[in-house]
Design a protein around this ligand. Sequence first.
Ligand SMILES: [Zn+2]
Length: 330
Amino acid sequence: MKEKGVRELPKVELHLHLEGAAPPAFIRGLAAEKKEDISGIFDEQGGYAWRDFWHFLKVYEAATSVLRSPEDYHRLTLAVLEESAASGVVYGETFLSPDFCGGRDPGAWREYLHAIREAADQAERQMGITLRGIVTCIRHFGPEKARETAICAAETAGDWLVGFGIAGDETVGAPKDFAWSFDCAREAGLRLTAHAGEWGGPESVRAALTDLNPERIGHGVRAIEDLALVDELAERGTVLEVCPGSNVSLGLYRDFRAHPIAELDRRGVKVTISTDDPPFFHTTMAREYQELHRAFDWDEGQFGRIARQSLDAAFCDADTKARIAKLLEG
Ligand SMILES: [Zn+2]
């Protein structure tokens, strides 16, 4: 398989933070309109520039600080989906936070959600890419705010807002503190995913499984440090939303060859491929595929199998899945 052929393969992406996917040129333009100077966060090529994890968080915060209205999010969603579609993504799910969209006020959240959904519908008509939303609470904001977030999610659960999860600093608090929020979301019919096993070790994955019982784990790659846990993930059929470029960029692994995605796959764990916060990690879905092809010699058959596995793990309804399955068949 030629490397350039990788771009055209139809892709399914399950782990993408909407604000974290904001193209730098879009953020620069929005800052200029609002007459705000955030030029210090860009490098000479116009990409996001950061030195270490602490600085990454600062740059991320500065970049996303210019997103402040439903209209901003409408434009953001279109800009993000344009990038995804250019990488061959045909179906994506994105993380949304009522914390950033209306400060957890249910009325304001509905307005943001409406604007995002409208943009997603427009992108579907114009670019043929389908998007669904997953609300995430932010772990380091604490369990009380997570409850308000879960209530926003439960009230807007439906055919577009299909999931609930938890993101944010994995080293703060414990999954069990968020059990109420996960139960609230589950009762509203939302499907569940939780970030674990990125900054935390295998024990963080175990805690998320035991206390929150999600179908999918965001990252989860550090499960590889405990092979009994790897077997358990394979047996349970828990899906890992693996973001190799993000992990390499943040220094969890030296390079793609040192990344455990191939080993997890060989051991029967259901892995999927995503970009997390792509422009911050100088990646795209096409680049993830190219790097995986180079590192592990993954070919069209392997990528096709993972795309179908990802679609199986998607939180959308059966009709949507059937429609996307046809696109994967080509
Ligand atoms: Zn993430």
